[in-house]
Design a protein around this ligand. Sequence first.
Ligand code: ZN
Length: 206
Amino acid sequence: MNRYALGGVWRGMRAPGMRPTWVLVLLLAAGPVAGQVKDRVLQVNFTPSDDSIRAATDEYKAIWGQEGPRIVPAMERRSGLRFEAGPIEVSVYEGTSYSGEPGGRPMLLRASYPAATKRATLVHELAHRLANDVRVPFDHHEVIFLFVYDVWVELWGQMFADEQVVIESRRTGADYAGMWKKVLAMSPAERAGRLKAVIAEYGTAR
Ligand SMILES: [Zn+2]
């Protein structure tokens, strides 16, 4: 277990009206069974920015309805991090995708991506949210790429993952090609080890 796993309990402790005895009971209960806690559902609300975006928004909703229950545990297991409580608000529009912030700006997702890139980008932006508290003095993609590729492979296969790396490497705005190259030069075990070290050094408790 890592310190993030108990986040919900600590948040509960700060909640007004929560009795200390109950907190103690919860803490005792959380310890031995934490590894077996059932994967919870992360609510993600997709809203179209205008009427012309409605079909794309429905596509994202369908992806989440079908794949969400696999996406959340795969991402949490591969990263060792826990998602925020949610719900995560997403605005679908025609523009650059953006992760948003927990309790802050909504996530933005591009409407016109083909179906596969919709899935890949949803995982990419959710990865920024999942690693929101890992504050690094370098590009955040060098954190999330350490687990995003392996999550893509686990969920949809290596061909899918390799295609999405090619697509992301063509994007401008950051050195996506260089960062993907660097991360993929490592073995999956090396990526996992590097991620653990980065979280240990730069992770901040929620
Ligand atoms: Zn990004």
